[in-house]
Design a protein around this ligand. Structure first.
Ligand code: FES
Length: 107
């Protein structure tokens, strides 16, 4: 298996309803990871992009959280509609999507 150029971690943490921290699962992370999976599969990007679902990354109320390495860029409040932009602009194009990036106070 070739080493991927980018590794995307998507928080899919769930918590009981009413939990004070909320969760990325409650904010729609399943839709986000499914969109990443579909696009990576349909565009045959397996050699370039690795995808891992994770537990809590920290900023729960700003989820779904998506973390991209090797840069260590955290994206906040991501919806499935943002996935194409993240893939095209950052993962393939090498430019951080600044309007989706978590603020510097958060990360
Ligand atoms: S639950 Fe996703 S960042 Fe905490």
């Amino acid at each position: 298996m070739p080493r991927p150029q980018k590794h995307v971690f998507i928080c899919t943490q769930n918590r009981p309803q009413g939990h004070p921290r909320g969760s990325c699962a409650a904010n729609g992370s399943a839709e986000v990871i499914n969109e990443f999976i579909n696009q990576i599969q349909n565009r045959n990007l397996f050699d370039k992009i690795a995808l891992t679902n994770t537990g809590c990354l920290g900023p729960c109320t700003l989820g779904p959280s998506v973390l991209v390495y090797p840069e260590g860029v955290l994206y906040a409040r991501i919806s499935k509609d943002d996935v194409t932009t993240i893939i095209d602009q950052h993962l393939l194009g090498g430019e951080v999507v600044e309007q989706l990036q978590a603020s510097s106070e958060i990360w």
